[in-house]
Design a protein around this ligand. Structure first.
Ligand code: GDD
Ligand code: MN
Length: 389
């Protein structure tokens, strides 16, 4: 037993209570081992720790198993609606009473023995502590295939603008309940609930404690390809949350770049099949505008997708037409006597001005919903029945 320490840290800074939230789906084989190991940590470190197993109605005997266990500090919650790992974790966190919330998997990939070190980092002032595979001293089981490794690395890289953590994908983390309660707009899709908390609770000091990530021995992984795709969707939401308009602008510019390629490709195609040049140019413009519209509606301004698409389409076409006129006017002006720029430079400035106009018009007029009522949007989408912290 190593506590209590004799250093200057006053007793009051110790966390009165810790709640471990464990999302499960068909983990009955692993639960006994998990509970045993957590019990040992709890005993040896004299932690006031309770555990909530948040089970998505596995019907595999998990309920009976937990009921038959001698530990009163373990409870199992059965969920029947809004299934999924992230909603389960949110559900569990909403019920938890601990001053510190820990989240971990049930399959023993995450060593409960790391919890005391994680708590210690919180006491030292961290906002969010990750049980990390990718910091010095951390590791993963070797039988991870190359593809899963690559996948994890790419996913991590994409999260880089959101956090400096080396292992932001981890499902093993700890933070204060007050931090959780200060978070807003939780709306995760897929698996990366830790990343969701880092971003939406605006955690500044994210600290990592090295762990050995053990490959699961029993039962099956639930990480499907669908979940991987959902990660992209989740990332976009997080970028929008953290960078707001800048994230939308980046997407808008990407779409614009792609639209240019589409325009040129179509034009080439039309000319190739002997469409006369003028109709070819006009058709390529209209079709690429349509392409841009679809992508902007789906991505750059995806939050307003619930609105009437006809209204948005007409709005977008009008905005782009005005943009084209602005482009023309600016280019002609800059080429004229007063400025006498080379036509190419004049055209570049014209394009930049028109793009800025298009973006502002699209964001504030055409696809405006998401900016005026973000809270309302969230309520409509987030169907999970819970949480009155
Ligand atoms: N309630 C609930 N509902 N729990 C679920 C669900 C679900 O739909 N899907 C999975 N779980 C539980 C599992 O029972 C397990 O306890 C935990 O979530 C992780 O699921 P695994 O199937 O073991 O996922 P993994 O090992 O592929 O992914 C882990 O590593 C990733 C990083 O490589 C998880 O820790 C991820 O969070 C992490 O991103
Ligand atoms: Mn696992």
């Amino acid at each position: 037993m190593q506590d209590p320490q004799t250093d200057s840290a006053p007793e009051a800074t110790r966390f009165a209570r810790v709640t471990v939230v464990v999302p499960t789906y068909k983990e009955v084989e692993n639960l006994p081992f998990l509970i045993d190991r957590v019990a040992k940590v709890r005993r040896e470190h004299e932690l006031d720790l309770d555990m909530i197993v948040v089970d998505d109605d596995s019907r595999d005997g998990s309920v009976e198993l937990v009921a038959a266990r001698p530990e009163p500090w373990v409870q199992l919650v059965t969920r029947t609606a809004d299934r999924g790992l992230s909603p389960s974790v949110l559900d569990g966190m909403g019920r938890a009473q601990g001053d510190v919330l820990v989240c971990m998997d049930a399959d023993l990939s995450h060593p409960p023995e790391a919890i005391p070190a994680m708590l210690h980092k919180l006491q030292e002032g961290a906002d969010f502590v990750i049980g990390s595979r990718y910091v010095k001293g951390g590791s993963t089981s070797d039988d991870w295939g190359f593809l899963r490794w690559l996948n994890s690395r790419i996913a991590t890289l994409l999260a880089r603008p959101l956090t400096n953590a080396r292992d932001p994908m981890a499902g093993f983390f700890a933070f204060r309940r007050s931090t959780f309660l200060a978070g807003r707009d939780f709306n995760p899709v897929g698996y990366k609930i830790g990343l969701e908390f880092i971003v939406k609770c605006e955690c500044e000091r994210v600290v990592e404690v090295p762990i050995h990530f053990e490959d699961r021995q029993l039962g099956k992984s639930k990480l499907t390809f669908r979940q991987q795709l959902l990660y992209i969707k989740h990332l976009r939401r997080l970028y929008n949350f953290k960078f707001g308009g800048w994230s939308q602008l980046a997407q808008f510019l990407t779409v614009g770049g792609l639209g240019t390629v589409v325009n040129l490709a179509l034009l080439t195609l039309f000319l190739h099949v002997q469409v006369p040049p003028r109709p070819a140019v006009a058709l390529a413009i209209v079709l690429s505008m349509f392409f841009n519209f679809v992508l902007n509606r789906r991505f750059s301004f995806g939050e307003s997708r619930k609105e009437s698409w006809i209204r948005q389409f007409l709005g977008f076409m009008s905005a782009c037409s005005i943009g084209a006129l602005i482009n023309y006017a600016v280019t002609v002006l800059l080429m004229g006597k007063a400025f006498a720029l080379r036509p190419q430079f004049a055209a570049l400035v014209g394009i930049a001005t028109a793009t800025a106009f298009n973006f502002v018009a699209s964001r504030y007029l055409v696809f405006r919903v998401s900016h005026i009522r973000p809270a309302a949007m969230r309520l409509r989408r987030d169907k999970s029945p819970r949480k009155n912290p």
